[in-house]
Design a protein around this ligand. Structure first.
Ligand code: IFM
Length: 473
């Protein structure tokens, strides 16, 4: 599928990607749009959370973000200049259904009409995510993802958003990283809605998966045959220092709670027995699973989106430690701090762990994979109209080589989306962390393509990454 050959221009080896490999960049509505109170948009859980003192660094909110709601056309021109073939963005549910149910807000849908039309006019394929964490607050007030009804409301919203854009958007993702929505939103409370309810987190995980399955069913039943449906997971690549029984057991627990809790029911295997046993002390949370739910969750998808940033280091907890750590189900497991090279955000850099994860998924997941997010946050300096983001550029190139290595070993990876197109609102870290391949000056809204952005453009032009070195531009 892939080949290496010399780059005649600079006389070095190139690692070529498959001919129709899909190159893009990703964003999410709440992180870039701003305009949180215009055109009938309702409040989301992230508006509420960010307005709560102490929840988001610097007291940052979704305003102004990148003001993308108004600047989408010039942002699409930047994408076209970079040569992106696809753009992964999310639709804001509270723009389309301000209270999460009932009538559509036409002005909200009209924004996505404008965005999609602009993308298509520039030859960029739209890849729409229906839910990237901005639950309408009105639904949270009724229990949010801990309430089964939210799954049904989500499927209804998905069907109407799909119906509206189906003539132009063929590639759809239901949820982005349901693990985060469940475990950070309802487990540790570091994300909206900020609740600490370990059992509720597991119930939310089921309702998210149910919502996903019901949404795929609803969309597919009305979709032309060439429409593609998917789910995006943040799966972890677990690292241990020793290959012995206790370390393997610790790794297995983490794999259970973050990976198999999602992959198994998607594959029709139901929830993993070991995860059910580990979380049994919370009471039988799986009582929320009703007849027919698991069939709905296992509704076939066309590809799986994989978001990868950093490995997860674990070890057996010191003798006597009996807590579950931050997440229910991890009793006896110590989550270790990053080590070695880290990004500006302090996240460990390990491209090899990315290849390992893709290879494992290639074995376990029966559908093609798409890397729907991968990237790094570093402190950037704009000097002379340029951003020489060496750290991010190295991370990008190394991780592209990691994807290439997985493909070369036979894993069916169909595309790569850099996170993120633009610097943006990084959730609880506010605007303090920059993941963009394009710099955003939040005061002036001036955009500057970083070296990493030019590098991605070079990779896309050649459909290849150099086997060594970082000079792709
Ligand atoms: O910014 C987030 C994104 O919204 C979801 N995946 C991880 C990114 C970096 O934290």
């Amino acid at each position: 599928m892939t080949a290496t050959d010399p780059d005649t221009r600079v006389g070095r080896e190139l690692l070529r990607f498959p001919p129709d490999f899909l190159w893009g960049a990703a964003t999410a509505a709440f992180q870039i749009e701003g305009a949180t109170a215009v055109d009938g948009r309702g409040p989301s859980i992230w508006d509420t959370f960010a307005a709560t003192p102490g929840k988001v660094a610097g007291g940052d909110t979704g305003e102004p973000a990148c003001d993308h709601y108004r600047r989408y056309a010039s942002d699409v021109r930047i994408m076209a200049d970079l040569g992106l073939r696809a753009y992964r963005f999310s639709l804001a549910w509270p723009r389309i259904q301000p209270t999460g149910a009932g009538p559509v807000e036409p002005r909200g849908l009209a924004f996505y009409d404008r965005l999609v039309d602009e993308l298509l006019a520039h030859g960029i394929q739209p890849v729409a995510t229906l839910y990237h964490w901005d639950l309408p607050q009105a639904l949270e007030d009724r229990g949010g993802w801990r309430d089964r009804d939210t799954a049904h409301r989500f499927a209804e919203y998905a069907a109407l958003a799909h119906a509206h854009l189906a003539d132009r958007v063929r590639t759809w993702t239901t949820l982005n990283e349901p693990w985060c929505s469940a475990f950070l939103g309802y487990g540790t409370g570091v994300h909206a809605p900020g609740l600490v309810d370990p059992r509720g987190a597991l119930e939310a995980a089921h309702h998210l998966l149910l919502g996903h399955g019901l949404a795929v069913r609803a969309m597919r039943s009305a979709a032309p045959a060439d429409h593609r449906f998917s789910l995006v997971l943040n799966l972890c690549s677990v690292r241990v220092d020793h290959d012995d029984e206790t370390h393997r057991a610790a790794a297995h627990k983490v794999d259970g709670l973050q990976n198999r809790l999602f992959l198994d029911p998607l594959a029709g295997r139901g929830y993993p027995e070991d995860v059910l046993a580990e979380t049994a002390w919370l009471g039988d949370w799986s009582r929320v699973v009703r007849a027919g739910d698991l069939e709905a969750v296992a509704t076939p998808i066309d590809w799986l989106g994989v978001n990868y940033y950093s490995p997860t280091r674990v070890a057996p907890a010191p003798a006597g430690q009996v807590t579950d750590g931050p997440f229910a189900g991890l009793r006896g497991v110590a989550l270790l701090p990053p080590r070695g090279e880290v990004t500006g955000f302090g996240w460990e850099v390990d491209a090899r762990a990315f290849t390992d994860l893709l290879e494992r998924l290639g074995r376990d997941v029966p559908v093609p994979l798409v890397v729907t997010e991968n990237g790094s946050a570093f402190v950037d300096v704009v000097a002379g109209g340029a951003v020489l983001d060496t750290g991010r550029t190295r991370y990008l190139v190394d991780h592209l080589r990691a994807v290439h290595a997985a493909i070369a070993r036979g894993v069916d990876v169909r595309g790569y989306f850099a996170w993120s197109l633009l610097d943006n609102f990084e959730w609880a870290a506010g605007y303090s962390q920059r993941f963009g391949i394009v710099h955003v000056d939040y005061a002036t809204q001036v955009r500057t393509v970083k070296r990493s952005g030019h590098t991605l453009a070079g990779v896309i032009r050649r459909n290849a990454v150099p086997a060594s070195g970082y000079d792709v531009v």
